[in-house]
Design a protein around this ligand. Structure first.
Ligand SMILES: [Zn+2]
Length: 207
């Protein structure tokens, strides 16, 4: 348990997580936070309870033959996949690639999630003082901090913190003093770097 957590997923995100409607990439990032955050863990259980109650009162609709069977099979498969990713160690069922240099002070390693729909999941390690290029999101960028800290316009993000950015946000993160900052990131739609240097570097960092 980490007591210094200050940035949590929104209620909407926790509800989607509880309902199982997030894609695998975002589910992983949220699960990493929830595993370390007692209040979000409790929030997710409450949303699950509400979801269960709603299902029980849902009107009966006529289904195509085999629809129920198919739905139950899909639920069982989902559950099996979810349970393999243990609640306390959501990363445990994935393998991590070697750290690779992507730019001054910045390394990146792959996380073995299939790249579906242009969604990428990877870990970033950045040295203290690193300023990541000013960028705008074209889709979403969800980040969970494992070690170290970074800060941007919305505050300081340390171990256990969750950062949810979408296309309405522009970011200019800087890594804080201390140990290198290690994050796991789910990125959809890429990012647009705002400076000329950034645009030149973009193919190099392959973000
Ligand atoms: Zn939380």
């Amino acid at each position: 348990m980490i007591n210094s957590i200050t940035h949590h997923p929104s209620d909407e995100t926790l509800a989607s997580h509880a309902a199982g409607t997030l894609d695998e990439a975002r589910r992983l990032i949220v699960a990493m936070h929830v595993a370390r955050c007692p209040s979000c863990k409790q929030g997710v259980s409450q949303f699950e309870a509400v979801g269960g109650a709603l299902l029980e009162t849902a009107p009966v609709v006529s289904l195509k033959p085999r629809a129920l069977e198919n739905a139950l099979r899909m639920i069982a498969e989902e559950r099996a996949a979810f349970e393999t990713a243990s609640e306390d160690d959501p990363l445990g069922s994935y393998s991590l690639g070697p750290w690779r240099w992507v730019g001054p002070g910045v390394h990146r390693r792959s996380v073995s999630l299939p790249e579906i729909d242009g969604i990428k999941v990877f870990m970033l390690k950045a040295a203290p003082g690193t300023r990541l290029p000013h960028h705008k999101h074209l889709g979403y960028e969800w980040t969970y901090v494992l070690e170290g800290a970074f800060e941007h316009e919305l505050g300081r993000y340390g171990p256990g913190d969750f950062d949810e950015a979408d296309e309405t946000m522009e970011h200019k993160p800087t890594v804080c003093d201390g140990p290198p900052c290690i994050c796991i990131v789910a990125l959809r739609g890429g990012i647009a770097l705002q400076s000329r240097l950034g645009r030149i570097l973009q193919p190099l960092v392959k973000l």
